[in-house]
Structure formats: structure tokens, C-alpha cells
Design a protein around this ligand. Structure first.
Ligand SMILES: NC(=O)c1ccc[n+]([C@@H]2O[C@H](COP(=O)([O-])OP(=O)(O)OC[C@H]3O[C@@H](n4cnc5c(N)ncnc54)[C@H](OP(=O)(O)O)[C@@H]3O)[C@@H](O)[C@H]2O)c1
Length: 371
């Protein structure tokens, strides 16, 4: 039972890239204490503990999860270990925050979710993007109907990643590929803002190691909305997202998964009056002036701003942005909530199912897909 008067005691499982970022982010979370770290090797756990001032150190994952003084375990291992690490944490009666993708496939996700619900323990996918203040703001704007009925959603996530057959990104056995690592973000944002789609289709380009190095996904919604999403390991994406409605659009500026700036652009109520109309009765000189002004970029942008009023919202994120999800976990644990309404387990499962459907279309199988 989590104490409401004590800080929440976190145990971190794994000492790699994201574990270190999370440990850093946790420093700014009120009522949270980075209490223990567990690694496959004691030396790595000790190094991590020294760097982040962690009081308890374990040279095995099972020793960490069995520490009775830990409230919640943050799972920061490669995808293929998430299921096993979540299950051992839940069996040791620990709440769980598990890195994305939650598991490798929906079958594994169902196993973890069923156990968490049976054990009546908190469990959440660490989809930190959903907790970012400006993503919350976008959700409010969309839900209020400020940009009318949504027709299009586009989002791209890509950075060039050096090919290395031993890197988890390119290793089929480690659940490699762009979809599980990056595509999961635009998919999760689509589910967060618009719910589950009616139809899912996609195309992928596989690399030499057999993983999807890039892919495009198309979601169709009952409301006739389309989501066009992509992810790549091969090059830079726009890394922005645009939601277009009948009365306006929202641009989530790069990087859309941890934005510090969004723009709300309102479309005119009545059809746009074309400038050509003004020219009809103008003198030649006036027409020339108008043509010249229309070519001027500054004038162009001013006219566009007058026609389509734009409001920009900025927010400087706290620490490295990973802290917002931890604030939510602490809130849920203190209130005795077993799931976060912002990242519920049913969404996690549906997103895993969606990625399974896409992978089936691409004939992309992981060893974990075989029962
Ligand atoms: N939220 C985000 O922004 C974000 C960003 C990057 C990654 N992630 C997710 O976080 C997870 C870990 O990614 P990462 O980039 O942190 O990976 P990483 O740097 O390779 O670290 C993974 C850690 O997992 C442990 N591990 C256990 N078995 C392993 C094995 N067979 N091979 C390698 N490591 C093993 C290791 O810790 P010990 O040696 O201490 O046991 C290792 O340091 C992935 O699921 C990824 O999708 C999330």
C-alpha cells in the first residue's frame, strides 16, 4: 500500500540511455524519490547510483523488484524484455511505468495488462509525449471544437540513424525497426486526440537486417478523418504534426512529441476574397503595385496573418520533459488510481494491436510473434 505522506520511492530497472534521462527528469518531480537502481551488472548499477545519488543498488533485476521498500518500478530495458520485466515487477507487488513500446506485440501487452488488473496494481506505458503541457493544450483545443470538425492529421518522426547490425534499432531479435521505436509516437498521438480508427493500412521499406527502416501509415476514421503518419531511421522527418479542421488548424512545431511551441490558425468564416477582385477596377499603376506587393515575402506573410489569424502558444518544458509522466504516476499512486486517464491501458493495447496489423501487412515478424 502506497503511503500518502511519504515520497513515492522509485526503482529503475536498466541503466541505459533512457534510464539516465529519466533519472535526471525525476529530480524535479515533487514527492518522488529515486530510491534504487538495478542492472544486470553490479558495476553498472553502482556507476549509475553514483551519478544520480541513488541510495540502493542491485546487481540483478530480480533483487531490485523484490525490494519491499520500492513503490514503483520504471522499466527501461530494450522492448523485448518489457513483458518479462513488467511481469516480475507486478508479481513482486510493485506498480509499473514501462517504456514504449509497452511490449513487442499485443499478445504480450494483454498478458501484462491482465496481470496488473488481477493484482489491482498501477501500470502505465511511459508515453511521455501525452503529458507534455502543450500536447494537453492541443487536446483541449481539439475537444472544444475550436478548429471545427477534424479532417486531416499528419505527423512525421524521423532522424538519421547510423546502420549498425548490433544496434537494437536494426536487430530483428531485439524488436528493431522504425515503427516500434518512432512510429508509435504519431500513432499514440492520433489515438490520444481522435481515438481508435476504423481502418489501418501502411507500407514499409525494410533494410538489410529485415526491420522496417521506414514506414508510412494511413488511418481512416468513421468521421471521414484521415491520419497520415510516418517514421524513419534513414533521414530527418519534419518531426512536426498538423491537425486540420474545417475552421482552422493547429501546427505542433518540431519536435511534436515534446513541443515548446504550437500555432493555432483560424480559417476565415466566409470564403476568402481573392485579390484579383480588387484589381478589376484598379488603374494600371495600382495593379502593378499590388502585383509587386504580392511578391514581397513580408507582405505575403502579413496578408496571410490578417486572413488567417494565428495565435502561437509557447511553453518552456521543465528539465528534459520526462518528468511530466512521473508527476502523473505519483498523482495516481497517491490517489489510489490504477490507470492514468491520460494513458489508459486500453489505449496501449489498441496501439499494440494496430502495430501488429501493420506488421502483418509488411510481413514483418519478430521471434516473439510465434506462440
Ligand atoms: N521515452 C523515450 O524518449 C525513449 C527514448 C529512447 C528509448 N526509449 C525506450 O527505452 C527502452 C530502452 O532504450 P535505450 O535507448 O535506453 O536502450 P539502451 O541505451 O540500450 O539501454 C537499455 C538498457 O537495458 C538493459 N538491458 C537488458 N538486457 C539487455 C540486452 N540484451 N541488451 C542491451 N541492454 C539490455 C541494459 O541495462 P543494464 O546493463 O543496466 O542491465 C541497458 O543499458 C526501449 O524500449 C526504447 O524504446 C524511450
Amino acid at each position: 500500500m502506497v503511503s500518502t505522506s511519504q515520497p513515492i520511492r522509485w526503482g529503475i530497472l536498466g541503466t541505459g540511455f533512457i534510464a539516465q534521462k529519466f533519472a535526471d527528469g525525476l529530480r524535479s518531480v515533487p514527492e518522488a524519490q529515486l530510491w534504487a537502481v538495478g542492472s544486470r551488472t553490479l558495476a553498472s548499477a553502482q556507476k549509475f547510483a553514483h551519478q544520480f545519488n541513488v541510495p540502493k543498488v542491485y546487481g540483478s533485476y530480480s533483487d531490485l523488484v523484490n525490494d519491499p521498500t520500492i513503490d514503483v518500478v520504471y522499466v527501461a530495458t530494450p522492448h523485448i524484455y518489457h513483458k518479462e520485466n513488467c511481469i516480475s515487477s507486478l508479481k513482486a507487488r510493485k506498480a509499473v511505468l514501462c517504456e514504449k513500446p509497452f511490449t513487442v506485440n499485443a499478445r504480450e501487452a494483454k498478458e501484462v495488462i491482465t496481470l496488473a488488473r488481477e493484482q489491482k496494481l498501477f501500470c502505465m506505458e511511459a508515453m511521455w509525449m501525452r503529458f507534455m503541457p502543450l500536447i494537453q493544450k492541443v487536446k483541449q483545443i481539439v475537444d472544444r471544437g475550436d478548429i471545427g470538425e477534424i479532417r486531416l492529421f499528419t505527423a512525421e518522426f524521423g532522424y538519421p540513424t547510423q546502420f549498425d547490425p548490433n544496434n537494437r534499432f536494426f536487430k530483428l531479435e531485439l524488436g528493431g525497426g522504425a515503427l516500434l521505436d518512432r512510429g508509435v509516437y504519431p500513432l499514440s498521438l492520433a489515438f490520444f486526440l481522435f481515438g481508435p480508427p476504423n481502418q489501418i493500412s501502411g507500407q514499409a521499406c525494410k533494410g538489410n537486417s529485415g526491420v522496417d527502416e521506414q514506414s508510412a501509415m494511413l488511418l481512416t476514421y468513421e468521421s471521414s478523418m484521415l491520419a497520415i503518419l510516418s517514421s524513419t531511421l534513414n533521414t530527418y522527418g519534419s518531426n512536426s504534426a498538423i491537425i486540420t479542421g474545417t475552421r482552422g488548424k493547429i501546427v505542433i512545431h518540431e519536435p511534436f512529441y515534446e513541443p515548446e511551441r504550437i500555432s493555432l490558425i483560424k480559417f476565415p468564416d466566409s470564403p476568402v476574397v481573392s485579390t484579383a477582385k480588387y484589381c478589376v477596377n484598379s488603374s494600371r499603376l495600382k495593379q502593378k503595385l499590388i502585383t509587386l506587393m504580392k511578391r514581397n515575402l513580408l507582405v505575403k506573410s502579413l496578408v496571410s496573418k490578417l486572413r488567417y489569424p494565428t495565435t502561437t502558444f509557447s511553453h518552456a518544458n521543465e528539465s528534459n520533459g520526462l518528468s511530466y509522466q512521473a508527476v502523473e504516476v505519483v498523482r495516481c499512486l497517491k490517489n489510489g488510481e490504477r490507470e492514468s486517464p491520460i494513458m489508459p491501458l486500453d489505449h496501449t493495447l489498441k496501439i499494440m494491436e494496430t502495430m501488429d496489423v501493420l506488421r502483418q501487412q509488411w510481413n514483418l515478424k519478430y521471434p516473439q510473434d510465434i506462440d
